[in-house]
Design a protein around this ligand. Structure first.
Ligand SMILES: [Zn+2]
Length: 432
């Protein structure tokens, strides 16, 4: 196996990073490091053949815990211009996410008193998956998406899309052109935000008095419980519990009126907020989740130190399993050239000597190479032709979907390795 090959790559360019010296939410300097991945490449970046010989940027990846408010956060903020260059995650590729978008629209229509044809702004609208579902339900929709390639996909569907990062500038522009907004929504965006006060302040400024902010973030309780350490990457600056979220939302004029736990992305929460200045009925779910976090010890350092020890154990177990399979000359491929797969392989020091190729259904990723490990990314025809003995499932949050897609492989004796939350081998004689 590649032993820590990422550690020998280029050092960090100081102009592209900013250390996190105080907590993003409460501003205290009460931060302790509880996990260090070492130097890691950018997880969402895949390389073309001609880029393989170039110096590849790597950055420290460390998790800090704020002992004052309980927010987990990265020790370093990589400049967005560096981070989001060549961003390739497409929401619509996943059927699970398509279904999730439909559920969001129907749930919000039921729970919130949304005006027919109301104005909905989606922050980080990606390829327009959720926007299209709102549009189908009769809402007026506006996207905000900084990645040019993705923004052009939503523009091509006829949706007004501002190709920039969310902030006061774009909020002013939307208000000038369209007036006050009824709903601002963001799925998987808050974790990416460095200045939460500026971000939320801009949302507050464009919402009408009865408007709502709804967002979804991966939930730290699931992250700890299910050992989802591979969702730690440079784009994810914060790892949220409801408790620190409540603090930052209230500081910016919002009040949480409901919270729902979701299965998506390994466990997330949907947080529904209104303006503090309006009257709201607050669901009992809010206090219940805050109590759960206290009772589980999620606001104390100890659980994070134990989490770190569990990650070390998982890495050792996965490396041992793969090296014993290689000793038996088994062929191993992986499925899902996801950011989390990138972190898992790079952190565990598993490279081309172990994994022959990674299958991915996103056409833009095929023919490229994973950053750090340089494992080739291919389409599924290669797997059908070569039938690897084992398939390591890197996009474990879509395990069911991937198993359905590769059902024939499985039924005819193929083996899956599911790495998280614990290393498991699945085959038709020992199913899930
Ligand atoms: Zn804090």
């Amino acid at each position: 196996m590649a032993s820590k090959s990422v550690q020998t790559l280029s050092s960090v360019d100081p102009s592209s990073v900013k250390p996190q010296e105080s907590c993003r939410v409460c501003k205290a300097k009460n931060l302790v490091t509880y996990f260090d991945f070492g130097l890691m490449p950018l997880a969402n970046r895949n390389l073309s053949l001609s880029q393989l010989d170039l110096k590849e940027p790597v950055f420290p990846l460390q998790l800090l815990f704020c002992k004052t408010c309980g927010l987990s956060q990265l020790s370093l903020v990589v400049a967005p211009e560096v981070l989001y260059q060549g961003y390739t995650y497409h929401s619509s590729v996943s059927q699970t996410f398509q279904q999730h978008c439909r559920e969001i629209v129907s749930t919000l229509k039921q729970h919130l008193d949304l005006k027919p044809k109301g104005l909905v702004v989606e922050i980080a609208s990606n390829d327009g998956c959720l926007l299209s579902k709102f549009a189908e339900s009769g809402f007026q929709v506006i996207g905000v998406e900084p990645a040019k390639e993705l923004a052009s996909l939503t523009q091509a569907q006829g949706f007004t899309t501002f190709c920039q990062f969310w902030g006061p500038g774009v909020a002013v522009e939307i208000q000038r052109q369209f007036g006050k907004v009824d709903l601002v929504i963001g799925t998987n965006v808050m974790a990416h935000v460095d200045d939460l006060d500026e971000f939320l302040g801009a949302v507050n400024s464009i919402l009408g008095p009865e408007g709502h902010l709804v967002f979804e973030v991966p939930y730290m309780a699931n992250y700890i419980e299910q050992l989802e350490f591979d969702t730690t990457y440079h784009e994810h600056l914060s790892y949220f519990l409801l408790s620190p979220l409540k603090r930052v939302l209230e500081a910016n004029g919002f009040c949480i009126i409901d919270v729902q736990r979701l299965k998506i992305h390994g466990g997330s929460i949907r947080v529904i907020c209104g303006k503090k200045s309006a009257a709201h009925a607050v669901s009992a779910s809010v206090e219940a989740l805050l109590t759960f976090e206290r009772d589980m010890g999620l606001l104390e350092e100890d659980i994070y130190l134990k989490f770190a020890a569990r990650i070390h154990h998982l890495r050792d177990r996965l490396r041992l399993l793969l090296s014993s399979l290689k000793q038996k000359s088994k062929h191993i491929a992986a499925y899902g050239a996801s950011a989390k797969g990138n972190i898992l392989l790079n952190y565990c020091g598993i490279g081309k000597e172990t994994i022959d190729y990674i299958i991915d259904d996103t056409p833009q990723k095929q023919g490229k190479f994973q950053s750090g490990t340089h494992i080739p990314i291919v389409d599924s025809s290669r797997m059908l032709k070569e039938r690897p003995d084992y398939l390591l499932i890197l996009a474990w949050n879509f395990t069911e979907e991937l198993m359905n897609k590769t059902a024939k492989y499985y039924q005819t004796g193929g083996n899956y390795i599911v790495p998280i939350p614990e290393v498991k081998v699945l085959n038709s004689s020992s199913p899930l």
